[in-house]
Every structure is written in structure tokens, then in C-alpha cells.
Design a protein around this ligand. Sequence first.
Ligand code: PLP
Length: 436
Amino acid sequence: MSTIIYPTSNLKTGETLSIARGEGVYVYDDQGNKYLEGMAGLWCTSLGYNHPELIEAATQQLHNLSYSHMFGGKTHQVGKDLAEKIRSMVPVDDAHIFFGNSGSDANDTQIKLLRYYFNAIGKPEKRKIIARKRSYHGITVASACLTGLEVNHTNFDLPVEALGIIRTDAPYYLREKLAGESEAQFVDRIVGNLEKQIIAEGPETIAAFIAEPITGASGVIIPPAGYYEKVQALLTKYDIFFWADEVITGFGRTGNDFGCTTMGIKPDMMSLAKQLSSAYLPISAAVVKGGIYQAMIEPSNQLGVFGHGYTYSGHPVACAVSLKTLEIYQRDEIFARAASNGEYLQAGLQQFADHPLVGEVRGRGLIAAVDLHNRASDEAFPATVPYRLQQACQDHGLILRAVGGTAIAFCPPLIISREQIDELLGKFARALDDTL
Ligand code: PLP
């Protein structure tokens, strides 16, 4: 029994591990045991723990202005500086930014921005959103409707249809291919299905297609070559926005600045959180291209105020920490370092590709998954097996995460060194053998 209702947990299990402090890429539990943080917390602590400059940025801002809001256009310099910095980094044309506190609320905001925009331009019927199976876009009522994972829907009676969410295929070749289907045939089939769905629903009713460039929480799914090129062409053909959910893939994670760069996507909208502040404080950004924002300005006199905002939208302390985070990324060339050490991690993980428990090793930059598979019977293991492996890793002082029912994910802080990657690989090898 516990006073805290733990998020995303089996309520019967209760408490599992009590973390007391963190330093660099390591965390320590309340018994003093040390763990290599192979998941950067929840895919977020890019600059590791106890970073003196981030602590200093927060402390100074707390002294200077601990809180101010942004309702009605009230503003502050650190928020404006952060918006300019994000605008200079994202591959979104003439980017405009709405601040929030989490990836989930950034996605809620995007839904509202889409509705407001299409009302503003006189196309209120263009409101449906295509989201994929096996996707993770958050957990609020609206963002959970976008999320394509059963576990986040069961027992919550979410208003998926009322919100106009259309579910399309996941680009997960290993688990979704038909017998004998090549990667190219798989891509053609699922993109063909997507086009059929667009035509059946009516393109004039569809506002956007949302995708994580590389799906994170449901298994680090990397679409086969050609997938995004074909999807992007379809969206252009039918005048549908590409909405990139970069909450995990943003800021150097995939070996480039953004997952969109790695996967060759040109987004109209982008959702950011997590590594935006290296998770020192909660902050998110819903980014839209200038064309969307500009079109809303004039009609907003007739439509009424854009009645959406959080008490903590543009929280000055979170903005200060985020701005410092982005400055450090640039000054210390963190993305280039992550790309180079990412290649080292991916090469190191290949040693597990022929392991009897492993079906596939995949990744880009500093995000990866080892997908478990029973080679003897050519079947996925029950979901208990990845959890057993997660526990075995923890027993060896390594934090990893079972994801997507069949895989284990790797997402270390971007500052991890090659020596620490060797340590991670060694611990993982021992844990994998323990799971046999
Ligand atoms: N979008 C993606 C791609 C995510 O991975 C997550 C969280 O893992 C979210 C949205 C939701 O973010 P948050 O947990 O900050 O609400």
C-alpha cells in the first residue's frame, strides 16, 4: 500500500526502486547502489544529472523572477529569448511557438491550434487527425486518443471517435509484415492503406498526420527506407499537415538535430519537450509554421480570443533552464558528439544480433532497441520476458526499459562517453545471459 498512486504502474506492485540522487550518467538508490542510467530517465535527461550550469541558470532565475504568466500577451525576456532560440533550431518554416509543461499538453495544444486555424480559414470540417497504431503521444484525455497503445486506452473509455482520430498502420516491419513480404512491399502496402483511408474519410476532413519520426515508447520503431518519402508525398497530394512528435527524438537523440532530419521529413508542426530542458524542469513547445500562425491573426478578432493557455505556459525558471540547455548543446557540440558516440553504441549492440533470444537490433544515434524473439519457435516471447531482462539489467546496475511488449530500449544521456558505453554493453551482455 502506498499513498502515491504511481503513474503507468501495476497498482498492486506498488513501489519498486527508490532513487536518491544523480551524478552525470549515474543514479543512486536510497541504499547507495549505483546504476548507469541507460534510459536518460524517461528519454529526457540529455545532459545527465547535477549539471552545475543548469542548476545555476535555475537559481539565478529564481532570484530574479520566479514566476510570471503569458496570458493576454504578458511576456518576459527569457521566454522571448528561448522562443527565438527554438525558432533558429527547428526545421519548421518561420516557426511560432506555444509553451506548455509536458509532451502531452503540447500535443493537446496542437489539436486546438489545428481546430482554431481551420475555423479561422473557414474550413471547420477539416479536423480529423491520422495517428498510427503503436504510437505514443501522451496521456491526457486528448493526447491519449492520439496514442495507439492498447494499455493507455483500456478502462478509460477515451473519446477517440469524437475527437476524429483515424488509426493507421505502424511502420514496424519485424512484427507487422505479411508472410514473404519484402520491406518495399510492406511500405507500399501500408502507404497504400493510408491513401485508401484518406480517400474513404475525405481529404477535406483531415487536418494532420501525426508521427514520431522514430517511435520511442512502443519499441524504438524505425520505418523501412522510403516510408516517409511516400507518406510525405501523400500528405502533400491531399493537403494534410505533417505533424512531427519530436518529444523523444528532438535535440540530438537520433544522430542529428531532429528526428525529422534523420528521417528526411519536412514538418509543418512539431511537438517538443523532454530534452528541451534536459528534464531539469518541465517545459514543452508546440511549434507551428508561420503560415498557420499568420492565418489565425486577422480572423481571431471575429473568432474571439485564442482561449487556451496554462498557468505555467512560459514559466520563467523552466525557460531559463531550457535556454541554457540549448546553449550548452550548441557550445559543446553535443549533437555531433552524440552522433559519433551513437555510431559506437549501435556498432556495439550488433554483438547481440545473433544471440538466441534476439530477433533484431535497431537504432539511430543514441536511441536503440534489442527486440527479443524466440528463434527456436520463430515467435515473440511473452511480454514477461522483456520485463525479466529489464530486472536483470537493474540487478547488474543498469537501467533500461522494456518497451512495446517484445523489446528493451536504450536511450542514455547524450553526454555518455565511449567508456561508459562499454560499461553499458558489458552489463547488458551479462543480464541477457541471465535471462536465458
Ligand atoms: N510524445 C512522445 C513521442 C513521447 O514519447 C511522450 C512521452 O514519452 C509524450 C509525447 C508525452 O510526454 P509527457 O510524458 O511529457 O506528457
